[in-house]
Design a protein around this ligand. Structure first.
Ligand code: ATP
Length: 489
């Protein structure tokens, strides 16, 4: 299904039609690369957040969470290197005035070559691009674009400008009497949540009495003035990250990098989408802070793309914060170093980072679980769209449906609601035929529906209908809650 743009369009339409994702301020025609989550989308997003947060902060006893502010002291971004280095090389097409990120432009061409059967040319092109990017050789990159006759998708021409760097940070001003060019009052909307963790490293370490190795996790908004932003929620200007910085002894980074690669892959695989949906991609050009880095790529409808990054950040961030703030960012390690028989003593810890985009994870879940099924029989044409969400991520866990709006059935259904709604999200509906109600629940991914009918009044049983198999069983009312609870833990 990779690169199936019809499927991607169908998913985007479904997301809107069923209250998952809306374009931001749509009544004003939207705002490019900014989206709002609707009634079911916000539930799904929250469940993904909880799944990550709980596994990080509960499953690992040495990881704690924080919630830092979006605004940070401007020097943070000088120290982190974002003011000087958070740039993307861009190229403009002179005819269409369209701006492209150079790597995306070349990658799209490589993908075209690949789908046209020219695998080797595609691989060679990507390898040449990586080598040139690693050297920041912009003239070489422009030549590569020209030699490969890469054209603008809008104008269809190869009339390119030179390649230039653009900083991706948004800025605003603090205070009310400030003119926009007043550099002293300029603050940035954080482009990553990681720095909120680094500047709180000692606060958390001391107040939490944390011992190395330990981690600090955080979920929060990040902002990037992405130039190419046309891929629904894959690339947004306002998005959320789920990041964890793991503080370790210098020299142990290789071991911990491998450890976190494995742990994070396990986390993804536990959702049951299948091993073949993921792959690692090692970075050749390393970011300014890293000594090793890779992505976990997911098989999105637009092809295999980055879902999560795992970075060995060395002591780059803490060391720079120490230098810029003039405050020591050291840890005293009283563990005995077997080599010298004395404590390891003071050092600036090294860091392994795991960083996953919440919105990208949302898209991975939504796109993988979206299924159009043909249910036609010789007698009757039929189909359904079903979101086969893992039960623990589904926005709604249980629908309670009285078969009819009379004969005391709604009252029994209401009792089931009252019994279950304190434990998980339930939905009550009495309108339309039962078939239509099932299909609406399939379309938002509700794993269980129970129907209250006349037999219920006689023997206290209901029909439970399973979303994926569409099978129906008769179960005692007092088993409903336990069946759902067992599926969502
Ligand atoms: P890309 O190469 O796709 O721009 P990146 O390498 O710049 O991503 P990181 O800085 O490593 O991304 O950020 C960590 C994670 O944050 C990414 O793996 C991705 O899931 C998410 N992310 C980054 N930029 C965006 C964005 N513009 N919209 C949504 N999610 C994003």
């Amino acid at each position: 299904m990779a690169n199936d743009s019809n499927r991607f369009q169908a998913i985007i339409s479904h997301a809107k039609e069923y209250g998952f994702v809306f374009p931001s301020s749509e009544i004003y025609d939207g705002l490019q690369a900014v989206y709002d989550y609707g009634q079911w989308g916000s539930e799904l997003k929250k469940n993904i957040k909880d799944y990550w947060w709980d596994s990080m902060t509960r499953m690992y006893e040495n990881i704690v969470g924080i919630d830092a502010a979006i605004f940070m002291h401007p020097t943070t971004w000088k120290a982190s290197g974002h003011i000087d280095n958070f740039n993307d090389p861009m190229i403009d097409n002179k005819d269409s005035k369209k701006r492209y990120r150079v790597d995306h432009l070349i990658e799209a061409h490589a993908e075209l070559l690949k789908t046209g059967g020219k695998e080797k040319e595609s691989d060679d092109l990507l390898a040449s691009m990586d080598a040139l990017l690693a050297k920041d050789d912009f003239a070489g990159l422009k030549k590569l674009i020209e030699d490969n006759k890469i054209k603008c998708a809008v104008s269809g021409t190869s009339n390119w400008t030179d390649i230039r760097q653009f900083n991706l940070m948004f800025s605003t001003e603090f205070g009310s009497t400030v003119s926009s060019d007043d550099e002293d009052n300029k603050v940035y909307l954080r482009p990553e949540t990681a720095q909120g963790i680094f500047v709180n490293f000692l606060n958390v370490q001391k107040t939490g009495r944390m011992k190395i190795p330990f981690g600090i996790a955080q979920i929060g908004k990040a902002f990037r003035n992405e130039i190419v932003a046309r891929q629904f929620i894959f690339r947004m200007r306002e998005f959320e990250q789920m990041e964890m910085q793991f503080f370790i002894q210098p020299g142990t980074q290789k071991k911990w990098y491998e450890y976190w690669k494995e742990e994070r892959m396990k986390w993804h695989l536990a959702l049951g989408f299948g091993k073949e949906q993921y792959r690692f991609h090692d970075h050749i050009k390393l970011a300014h802070y890293a000594d090793a880095a890779c992505d976990i790529e997911f098989n999105f409808p637009i092809g295999f793309k980055e879902l999560e990054g795992i970075h060995s950040r060395t002591d780059f961030d803490l060391k720079n914060h120490q230098e810029y703030s003039k405050k020591k960012q050291q840890y005293f390690d009283n563990e005995i170093d077997p080599a010298i028989g004395k404590p390891y003593g003071n050092y600036i810890p090294y860091v392994i980072e795991t960083s996953i985009g919440l919105d990208r994870m949302f898209l991975a879940v939504l796109s993988h679980c979206y299924e159009e099924q043909d249910l036609s029989t010789p007698e009757k044409q039929d189909s359904r769209v079903v979101l086969r969400f893992p039960s623990k991520l589904a926005p709604m866990k249980l629908a309670v449906l009285p078969l009819m709006k009379k004969d005391g059935l709604p009252e029994i259904a209401r009792k089931i609601m009252d019994d279950c709604k304190t434990s998980f999200r339930c939905f009550y509906e009495e309108k339309d035929t039962i078939g239509k109600r099932y299909r609406r629940m399939d379309a938002i991914g509700t794993p269980f529906c129970v129907t209250v009918d006349h037999q219920t009044k006689e023997d206290n049983t209901v029909t439970i209908r399973y979303r994926d198999s569409m099978k129906q069983d008769r179960v005692a009312i007092d088993r409903v809650k336990e069946i759902v609870l067992a599926a969502i833990i």
